[in-house]
Ligand binder design. Structure first.
Ligand code: AOF
Ligand code: ZN
Length: 369
């Protein structure tokens, strides 16, 4: 028998599964936000009989939720999974075994799980039970949700997303005007959604002092999804009077510094900030080591929001997984602060993956080639 191929219908359901998985980004702890659709032809073409996402906190897994919803309908269904079903025993049996027991006949997967307890073993359990297993369906699209988990598994480092709002003349700010508004309301809403989809948000100490931001997620309904806020503060210059410290009950504040014993750092700790003792590299916080420390405390996705020097350092150290670039028609002029990236001038190895429009502003999702 010829090997079965992926169909357009498979891609349509996988695309829907991938969109579903976005919902729990940054809400599943160190577990990836995986999604599953169970699809079956009940007489009028294929329909979804069960759907699931990895639950908040990381358990139950997506497959378990989808199987519970489908009940008897799981028998004879095709399972669309964004990540290989697990093969290890946790608090529940392995998902691969649950799918076999439920009687699915076909599994379509986007990505193989690099976790050594799983990698390939999940597929083997299904194949040995006579189930057709097809791997690699919309792999690139699935990486937009699971890429940081995959990269963290490989590098043992948290992954950075650079967020930049750039003017028509390629500037991210103005030396003369504090808190210059480059993009409009819709783009700013979108950037709050980005905050909600990340475990942490990182800024340099100059941004923290000059802009005095809160860095919380303030979209109605998403207020509880503010990421951990991290300030790169080599010399421990951050004071206790700013908005970051004042909002410490809304989201944790971490200060990464080379001077954890300084009076400033101690005062911040007294106000509830967590002080991270960091190495210095070329006069600044050593970022590769910091991203390792962040992975070790359970952070996978870190949104880097400012400023230009911080963005350049992350790019130089090859720690950037994605760039979310907003571009407006505003002109800043000669006193502008140049952006390290524009849509016409991408860093080596990066390409535009997706474009969108938010009100008058353009949006580019840029990832590794
Ligand atoms: C799945 N479905 O929805 C997810 C999976 O700590 P545990 O037992 O929950 O295992 C975590 C591992 O499970 C994680 O590293 C990854 O390999 C896998 N995630 N697997 O079958 C899911 N989220
Ligand atoms: Zn599982």
């Amino acid at each position: 028998m010829a090997a079965e191929n992926l169909t357009k219908t498979d891609e349509r359901f996988m695309a829907a599964a991938i969109r579903l998985g976005r919902r729990h980004l940054a809400r599943t702890g160190t577990n990836p936000s995986v999604s599953t659709l169970l699809v079956k032809d009940l007489g009028h073409g294929p329909v979804i009989v069960g759907s699931g996402i990895t639950d908040i906190g990381g358990r139950p897994h997506a497959e378990a939720a989808a199987l519970a919803e489908a009940g008897e309908h799981a028998k004879g269904a095709t399972a669309y999974v964004t990540l290989e079903p697990c093969a290890h025993h946790g608090r529940t049996p392995p998902c691969a075994v649950s799918l076999v027991n439920a009687g699915i006949t076909r599994l379509v997967s986007a990505l193989t799980d690099p976790d050594e307890r799983v990698s390939g073993k999940g597929y083997n359990i299904l194949r040995e039970a006579g189930i057709t297993v097809l791997v690699g369906c919309l792999e690139d699209e699935a990486r937009t949700v699971l890429g940081s988990y995959l990269n963290r598994s490989m590098t043992k480092r948290a992954q950075a997303t650079l967020k930049l709002a750039v003017s028509a003349d390629g500037m991210i700010g103005d030396r003369k005007i504090r808190q210059l508004m480059i993009t409009q309301e819709q783009a700013r809403h979108q950037s709050h959604i980005l905050r909600a989809e990340h475990d942490a948000i990182i800024v340099g100490v100059d941004t923290a002092i000059i802009d005095n931001p809160t860095l919380t997620c303030r979209l109605p309904g998403l207020e509880s999804r503010s990421p951990v806020r991290i300030v790169l503060d080599t010399g421990a210059r951050l004071g206790v009077d700013g908005a970051l410290v004042h909002t410490i009950d809304q989201a944790p504040l971490y200060v990464a510094t080379a001077y954890p014993q300084s009076d400033n750092a101690k005062a911040l700790a007294d106000h509830g900030a967590k002080i991270m003792a960091c190495d210095i590299h070329d006069g600044r916080i050593a970022l590769p080591e910091l991203m390792e420390d962040l992975a070790a405390i359970g952070i996978t996705r870190a949104l880097v929001e400012g400023g230009g020097q911080v963005a350049r350092s992350f790019l130089r150290d090859d720690l950037v997984e994605n760039i979310c670039l907003f571009e407006s028609d505003v002109e800043v002029g000669k006193s502008g602060i140049a952006s390290p990236v524009t849509s016409g001038d991408l860093p080596d190895g990066f390409v535009i993956k997706r474009r969108a429009i938010f009100g008058p502003d353009r949006y580019f999702e840029i990832g590794k080639n």
